[in-house]
Design a protein around this ligand. Sequence first.
Ligand SMILES: [Zn+2]
Length: 251
Amino acid sequence: MPAEEVSAAIALRARDYSESDRIVTLLTREYGKLTGIAKGARKSRARFERKLEPFAHVMLYFRRRLNGQLVFITRAEAAELPQFRVDDDLARFALGSYMLELAEALTSEAADAAGAYAILTQALAALCRRSASPAIRQAYELKMLAWAGYGLEFARCRTCAAPTEAGDHQTYFVPAHGSVVCLRCRPTVTAAAVRIESRSAAALARLGAIELDSEAEASRADGALVIARFIAGVLDRRLRSVEFLDSVLSP
Ligand SMILES: [Zn+2]
């Protein structure tokens, strides 16, 4: 039998399976994203009670199976890990749920995701300390995209490197390049581009650069839409939690 392994992990999703089991997807610090079966989880309160619900931050003990994707989850303990309480506020719960879903969508099983685990941990901690805001959402999106290899450039024009200043002029986001170009360079770019206000681009540049728990102004709706569309393009679908989130937290 494979040896028991252990890692800190955040539960992303959980569902009942058969009469007594649960299937849980977690983002672990050590082993990337894992999906496992917790045998008897619906009955064994001592080993699993509430510890495998979404948002739970646990030390996860598991064994790999010789065949098959699912690991066997043997136990889960909250230990000394910080817990994320998001269910006392609708906007916080909506943004937290979206954070979990985006983390799941941008990671893959059996690939290192220590960076994504760190970003998710910081983002959930920031969300619990402060109220839900478009700024936290946008900062999280930019950092997760950067971790996944889609670092977006809003700070300067990709062509002439002129800095994006928060003025009244327009700038253009080019999804194919993941970066902005200035009004003057726009005619030299053949790829499709979306116009956004330079102040929105400047806000996104700042949010992408600062720590997740720092206070910063969010981009306006045009910048938020650019990121939302870029994410939908990367994933080739819309996340389930987006509509609910947009209905309780508008930019
Ligand atoms: Zn330029």
